[in-house]
Design a protein around this ligand. Structure first.
Ligand SMILES: Nc1ncnc2c1ncn2[C@@H]1O[C@H](COP(=O)(O)OP(=O)(O)O)[C@@H](O)[C@H]1O
Ligand SMILES: [Mg+2]
Length: 260
Protein backbone atom coordinates (compact mmCIF):
# COMPACT_ATOMS: atom_id res chain seq x y z
CA UNK A 1 0.00 0.00 0.00
CA UNK A 2 1.27 3.46 -0.79
CA UNK A 3 1.54 5.87 2.09
CA UNK A 4 2.31 9.54 1.71
CA UNK A 5 5.54 9.19 3.64
CA UNK A 6 6.50 12.45 5.26
CA UNK A 7 3.08 14.14 5.14
CA UNK A 8 2.11 15.41 8.58
CA UNK A 9 -0.58 13.32 10.27
CA UNK A 10 -0.59 14.39 13.92
CA UNK A 11 0.61 17.60 15.51
CA UNK A 12 0.36 18.19 19.25
CA UNK A 13 1.31 21.65 20.36
CA UNK A 14 2.16 22.78 23.85
CA UNK A 15 0.09 20.06 25.54
CA UNK A 16 -0.50 20.45 29.28
CA UNK A 17 -2.41 18.00 31.49
CA UNK A 18 -2.96 18.37 35.24
CA UNK A 19 -4.52 15.76 37.52
CA UNK A 20 -5.21 17.64 40.75
CA UNK A 21 -1.77 18.72 41.92
CA UNK A 22 0.12 16.53 39.42
CA UNK A 23 1.36 18.06 36.19
CA UNK A 24 1.30 14.91 34.06
CA UNK A 25 2.31 16.76 30.88
CA UNK A 26 3.59 20.24 30.27
CA UNK A 27 4.48 22.05 27.05
CA UNK A 28 4.66 18.80 25.11
CA UNK A 29 5.14 19.12 21.34
CA UNK A 30 4.83 15.96 19.27
CA UNK A 31 4.65 15.50 15.54
CA UNK A 32 3.90 12.27 13.68
CA UNK A 33 4.18 12.01 9.90
CA UNK A 34 2.51 9.41 7.71
CA UNK A 35 4.51 6.21 7.73
CA UNK A 36 6.22 6.98 11.04
CA UNK A 37 6.59 4.46 13.81
CA UNK A 38 7.00 7.19 16.39
CA UNK A 39 8.14 6.01 19.81
CA UNK A 40 7.44 7.67 23.14
CA UNK A 41 9.80 6.54 25.87
CA UNK A 42 10.58 7.65 29.38
CA UNK A 43 10.68 6.44 32.99
CA UNK A 44 7.54 5.26 34.83
CA UNK A 45 5.19 8.15 35.50
CA UNK A 46 6.74 10.30 32.76
CA UNK A 47 3.36 10.89 31.11
CA UNK A 48 3.46 8.40 28.22
CA UNK A 49 0.02 6.84 28.74
CA UNK A 50 -1.44 10.29 29.40
CA UNK A 51 -0.06 11.42 26.06
CA UNK A 52 -1.79 8.52 24.28
CA UNK A 53 -4.99 9.38 26.15
CA UNK A 54 -4.75 12.96 24.89
CA UNK A 55 -4.39 11.69 21.31
CA UNK A 56 -7.33 9.27 21.60
CA UNK A 57 -9.51 11.79 23.45
CA UNK A 58 -9.84 9.90 26.73
CA UNK A 59 -8.14 12.82 28.46
CA UNK A 60 -8.82 16.40 27.37
CA UNK A 61 -5.72 18.55 27.87
CA UNK A 62 -5.83 21.66 30.06
CA UNK A 63 -3.61 23.40 27.50
CA UNK A 64 -2.58 22.96 23.91
CA UNK A 65 -4.00 21.70 20.63
CA UNK A 66 -4.20 18.37 18.84
CA UNK A 67 -4.37 18.43 15.05
CA UNK A 68 -5.10 15.24 13.11
CA UNK A 69 -4.98 15.24 9.33
CA UNK A 70 -5.02 19.04 9.47
CA UNK A 71 -8.19 19.15 11.59
CA UNK A 72 -8.32 20.47 15.15
CA UNK A 73 -9.63 17.50 17.17
CA UNK A 74 -8.64 18.89 20.60
CA UNK A 75 -12.17 18.78 21.99
CA UNK A 76 -13.57 15.79 20.08
CA UNK A 77 -14.73 12.73 22.03
CA UNK A 78 -12.96 9.35 21.55
CA UNK A 79 -15.62 7.81 19.25
CA UNK A 80 -15.36 10.72 16.79
CA UNK A 81 -11.58 10.36 16.72
CA UNK A 82 -11.95 6.61 16.18
CA UNK A 83 -14.13 7.36 13.19
CA UNK A 84 -11.35 9.55 11.80
CA UNK A 85 -8.95 6.61 12.19
CA UNK A 86 -7.36 7.15 15.62
CA UNK A 87 -7.34 3.73 17.30
CA UNK A 88 -5.57 2.50 20.42
CA UNK A 89 -4.62 -0.56 22.44
CA UNK A 90 -4.31 -0.55 26.22
CA UNK A 91 -1.39 -1.06 28.58
CA UNK A 92 -3.30 -3.87 30.32
CA UNK A 93 -4.67 -6.74 28.30
CA UNK A 94 -8.29 -6.00 27.28
CA UNK A 95 -9.38 -9.22 25.61
CA UNK A 96 -12.98 -10.46 26.13
CA UNK A 97 -12.05 -13.93 27.36
CA UNK A 98 -15.50 -15.57 27.05
CA UNK A 99 -15.91 -14.48 23.43
CA UNK A 100 -14.23 -16.33 20.56
CA UNK A 101 -11.07 -14.99 18.99
CA UNK A 102 -13.03 -14.03 15.86
CA UNK A 103 -15.77 -12.26 17.85
CA UNK A 104 -13.12 -10.25 19.66
CA UNK A 105 -11.72 -9.02 16.36
CA UNK A 106 -15.20 -8.26 15.04
CA UNK A 107 -15.87 -5.94 17.98
CA UNK A 108 -12.95 -3.84 16.71
CA UNK A 109 -14.59 -3.45 13.31
CA UNK A 110 -18.12 -2.64 14.43
CA UNK A 111 -17.75 1.12 14.08
CA UNK A 112 -17.18 0.56 10.35
CA UNK A 113 -20.63 -0.81 9.68
CA UNK A 114 -23.52 1.59 9.84
CA UNK A 115 -26.81 -0.16 10.41
CA UNK A 116 -29.52 1.08 12.65
CA UNK A 117 -30.81 -0.53 15.83
CA UNK A 118 -33.90 -1.82 14.03
CA UNK A 119 -31.81 -3.49 11.32
CA UNK A 120 -29.85 -5.37 13.94
CA UNK A 121 -32.95 -6.40 15.93
CA UNK A 122 -34.81 -7.68 12.88
CA UNK A 123 -31.65 -9.02 11.21
CA UNK A 124 -32.41 -7.33 7.88
CA UNK A 125 -30.51 -8.18 4.65
CA UNK A 126 -28.36 -5.11 5.27
CA UNK A 127 -27.49 -6.46 8.68
CA UNK A 128 -26.43 -9.84 7.30
CA UNK A 129 -24.33 -8.26 4.53
CA UNK A 130 -22.69 -6.02 7.12
CA UNK A 131 -21.91 -8.94 9.42
CA UNK A 132 -20.45 -10.92 6.51
CA UNK A 133 -18.12 -8.06 5.60
CA UNK A 134 -17.05 -7.73 9.24
CA UNK A 135 -16.28 -11.44 9.39
CA UNK A 136 -14.16 -11.29 6.25
CA UNK A 137 -12.29 -8.29 7.56
CA UNK A 138 -11.78 -9.95 10.95
CA UNK A 139 -10.47 -13.16 9.36
CA UNK A 140 -8.05 -11.18 7.20
CA UNK A 141 -6.66 -9.46 10.31
CA UNK A 142 -6.40 -12.79 12.16
CA UNK A 143 -4.46 -14.23 9.23
CA UNK A 144 -2.21 -11.19 9.38
CA UNK A 145 -1.22 -11.85 13.01
CA UNK A 146 -1.14 -15.63 12.50
CA UNK A 147 -4.19 -16.54 14.60
CA UNK A 148 -6.72 -17.54 11.91
CA UNK A 149 -6.56 -21.21 12.94
CA UNK A 150 -7.71 -20.17 16.44
CA UNK A 151 -10.69 -18.11 15.19
CA UNK A 152 -13.33 -20.21 16.95
CA UNK A 153 -11.48 -20.80 20.22
CA UNK A 154 -12.49 -18.88 23.32
CA UNK A 155 -10.07 -15.94 23.50
CA UNK A 156 -9.36 -16.72 27.17
CA UNK A 157 -7.82 -20.07 26.17
CA UNK A 158 -5.04 -18.41 24.17
CA UNK A 159 -1.64 -18.05 25.79
CA UNK A 160 -0.82 -14.51 26.95
CA UNK A 161 1.45 -13.73 23.98
CA UNK A 162 -1.29 -14.72 21.52
CA UNK A 163 -3.83 -12.59 23.38
CA UNK A 164 -1.53 -9.63 22.83
CA UNK A 165 -1.50 -10.41 19.09
CA UNK A 166 -5.27 -10.74 19.18
CA UNK A 167 -5.42 -7.17 20.49
CA UNK A 168 -3.34 -6.09 17.51
CA UNK A 169 -5.75 -7.84 15.12
CA UNK A 170 -8.74 -6.23 16.83
CA UNK A 171 -7.19 -2.77 16.63
CA UNK A 172 -6.41 -3.34 12.95
CA UNK A 173 -9.99 -4.39 12.26
CA UNK A 174 -10.99 -0.80 13.07
CA UNK A 175 -8.94 0.28 10.01
CA UNK A 176 -6.76 2.78 11.83
CA UNK A 177 -4.84 5.52 10.12
CA UNK A 178 -2.98 6.16 13.33
CA UNK A 179 -2.59 3.30 15.81
CA UNK A 180 -1.57 4.03 19.40
CA UNK A 181 0.15 1.09 21.12
CA UNK A 182 0.66 1.25 24.89
CA UNK A 183 3.44 -1.17 25.88
CA UNK A 184 2.51 -3.94 23.41
CA UNK A 185 5.61 -5.98 24.31
CA UNK A 186 4.90 -6.04 28.05
CA UNK A 187 5.07 -9.64 29.27
CA UNK A 188 6.27 -11.05 25.92
CA UNK A 189 9.37 -13.24 25.63
CA UNK A 190 12.16 -12.48 23.15
CA UNK A 191 10.70 -14.64 20.39
CA UNK A 192 7.22 -13.13 20.79
CA UNK A 193 8.70 -9.64 20.83
CA UNK A 194 10.50 -10.41 17.56
CA UNK A 195 7.20 -11.49 16.02
CA UNK A 196 5.53 -8.31 17.35
CA UNK A 197 8.26 -6.20 15.70
CA UNK A 198 7.55 -7.87 12.34
CA UNK A 199 3.83 -7.27 12.78
CA UNK A 200 4.26 -3.59 13.63
CA UNK A 201 6.52 -3.06 10.60
CA UNK A 202 4.03 -4.88 8.35
CA UNK A 203 1.14 -2.78 9.71
CA UNK A 204 2.99 0.23 8.39
CA UNK A 205 4.34 -1.30 5.18
CA UNK A 206 1.38 -3.46 4.09
CA UNK A 207 -1.57 -1.55 5.56
CA UNK A 208 -0.25 2.03 5.53
CA UNK A 209 -0.85 2.52 9.25
CA UNK A 210 1.19 5.13 11.12
CA UNK A 211 2.03 4.21 14.69
CA UNK A 212 2.71 5.82 18.04
CA UNK A 213 4.51 3.27 20.16
CA UNK A 214 4.91 3.56 23.94
CA UNK A 215 7.30 0.87 25.06
CA UNK A 216 9.90 -0.03 27.67
CA UNK A 217 11.72 -2.61 25.54
CA UNK A 218 14.63 -0.52 24.27
CA UNK A 219 15.85 -3.15 21.79
CA UNK A 220 12.41 -3.16 20.14
CA UNK A 221 12.23 0.65 20.13
CA UNK A 222 15.69 1.13 18.67
CA UNK A 223 15.06 -1.53 16.01
CA UNK A 224 11.78 -0.33 14.54
CA UNK A 225 11.02 3.27 15.51
CA UNK A 226 11.92 6.70 14.29
CA UNK A 227 11.54 9.37 15.54
CA UNK A 228 11.85 8.70 19.26
CA UNK A 229 10.53 11.23 21.77
CA UNK A 230 11.80 11.07 25.33
CA UNK A 231 9.53 12.26 28.15
CA UNK A 232 10.59 12.90 31.72
CA UNK A 233 8.34 14.39 34.40
CA UNK A 234 5.78 15.32 31.73
CA UNK A 235 8.16 17.28 29.52
CA UNK A 236 9.80 16.35 26.24
CA UNK A 237 13.56 16.08 26.78
CA UNK A 238 14.33 15.48 23.11
CA UNK A 239 13.04 14.01 19.86
CA UNK A 240 15.42 12.37 17.42
CA UNK A 241 16.70 9.29 15.66
CA UNK A 242 17.57 6.20 17.74
CA UNK A 243 21.25 7.15 17.58
CA UNK A 244 20.63 10.77 18.62
CA UNK A 245 18.47 9.74 21.54
CA UNK A 246 20.84 7.03 22.80
CA UNK A 247 23.74 9.47 23.05
CA UNK A 248 21.77 12.40 24.51
CA UNK A 249 23.20 13.27 27.98
CA UNK A 250 19.81 14.20 29.54
CA UNK A 251 18.27 10.95 28.29
CA UNK A 252 21.06 8.90 29.80
CA UNK A 253 20.66 10.82 33.08
CA UNK A 254 16.86 10.29 33.13
CA UNK A 255 17.28 6.54 32.75
CA UNK A 256 20.15 6.24 35.22
CA UNK A 257 17.90 7.94 37.76
CA UNK A 258 15.19 5.30 37.37
CA UNK A 259 15.04 2.60 40.06
CA UNK A 260 13.30 -0.24 38.18
N1 LIG B 1 -6.36 9.62 35.96
C1 LIG B 1 -5.33 10.08 36.70
N2 LIG B 1 -5.56 10.72 37.87
C2 LIG B 1 -4.53 11.20 38.60
N3 LIG B 1 -3.24 11.09 38.27
C3 LIG B 1 -2.95 10.46 37.12
C4 LIG B 1 -3.97 9.91 36.27
N4 LIG B 1 -3.38 9.33 35.20
C5 LIG B 1 -2.05 9.50 35.37
N5 LIG B 1 -1.79 10.18 36.51
C6 LIG B 1 -0.46 10.59 36.99
O1 LIG B 1 0.15 11.29 35.93
C7 LIG B 1 1.54 10.95 35.83
C8 LIG B 1 1.83 10.35 34.47
O2 LIG B 1 1.21 9.06 34.39
P1 LIG B 1 1.24 8.16 33.10
O3 LIG B 1 0.87 8.98 31.92
O4 LIG B 1 0.45 6.95 33.38
O5 LIG B 1 2.80 7.78 33.01
P2 LIG B 1 3.55 6.62 32.21
O6 LIG B 1 2.60 5.99 31.26
O7 LIG B 1 4.69 7.32 31.52
O8 LIG B 1 4.08 5.65 33.22
C9 LIG B 1 1.82 10.02 36.99
O9 LIG B 1 2.29 10.80 38.08
C10 LIG B 1 0.46 9.42 37.28
O10 LIG B 1 0.37 9.01 38.63
MG1 LIG C 1 1.90 4.03 31.03
Amino acid sequence: MSVDRGTNLLTMRDIGVRFGGIQALSGADIQVDEGDIAAIIGPNGAGKTTLLNVISGMVLPNDGTVLFDGQDISTQPPHKRARLGVVRTFQNLEVFSNMTVLENVMTGAHRLVEYGVLASIFKSPGYHAGERRLRELAIDRLEFVGLADKAHHPAGDLPYGSQRLLEMARAMAAKPKLLLLDEPAAGLNTKETGRLAEIILAMRDDYGISIVLVEHDMDLIMEISNPITVLNFGSVITTGTPREVQTHPEVIAAYLGEDD
